[in-house]
Write a protein that binds this ligand. Structure first.
Ligand code: SF4
Length: 225
């Protein structure tokens, strides 16, 4: 596959540090060098996330979880872009660009970054999402424009669907809410992003034998021969 003179996009999406890295890296490489993105099918994700985010607008952090510093959620779903990523002391062409879910401004001047999930997956652990949340924290602490923030905490706010609620006039889903604090680990983020960038800067990776999508496409092509 041809490698162009420069990538089609140089802004790394934080979510690629979780789901993108859980399969082979070929699709990621194609996304960044050719801007060809595998179509996803997540029809309710956007609706559920914005309902969840709006529910916490203005909320006190202590009502979300007592472990959080006192503050209030006053920023929802904003884009953040970092300065160029520095790997092993060298500036790269790559930056972080993404839209976080919630930011609370704490009374001590720091901020809390909160990522919302509607999910019942056992994969919703701090370790799995740490690089993604650290990527947002990196962009907030090293913004391409505006004032740098000090991120005191990062964490997941999970709604796990549990039951159906019904009254005389409406139906709904009840959820079990939990807050999962994620330990700050900027060094792990730098290690993950260094590996990610070395994949992007290298030749196109081979596809993985275990990926259902590639195997489906191979079967389809075989049928059409
Ligand atoms: S195996 Fe194929 S579809 Fe799956 S991530 Fe790799 S290139 Fe993409």
């Amino acid at each position: 596959m041809r490698k162009p003179a420069k990538p089609a996009r140089e802004n790394i999406s934080p979510s690629d540090l979780t789901f993108g890295l859980s399969t082979c890296k070929r699709c990621l490489w194609i996304k960044y060098w050719h801007k060809v993105v595998m179509p996803g099918s997540f029809p309710l994700v956007g609706t559920l996330s914005s309902l969840q985010e709006r529910n916490f607008s203005g909320a006190h952090t202590r009502d979300i979880d007592p472990s959080l510093r006192p503050g209030r959620v006053n920023r929802l779903a904003e884009w953040v872009k970092s300065t160029p990523l520095v790997i092993n002391g060298e500036s790269t062409r790559w930056r972080i660009l993404g839209k976080y879910d919630l930011v609370a401004e704490n009374e001590d001047g720091t901020i809390a970054l909160i990522d919302c999930k509607v999910s019942d997956s056992s994969r919703d652990s701090g370790a799995f999402y740490s690089p993604q949340l650290e990527a947002y924290a990196y962009a907030l602490e090293k913004p391409a424009a505006g004032k740098a923030a000090s991120v005191a905490s990062i964490g997941l706010l999970i709604w796990k669907p549990r039951n159906v609620i019904r009254d005389a006039s409406a139906y709904g889903f009840g959820v079990e809410q939990s807050y999962v604090p994620v330990s700050r680990n900027p060094q792990n983020f730098l290690d993950v992003i260094a590996d990610f960038i070395s994949v992007l800067e290298g030749p196109v990776p081979e596809s993985g034998a275990e990926c259902a999508t590639c195997n489906y496409l191979i079967e389809r092509l075989r049928l059409e021969d």
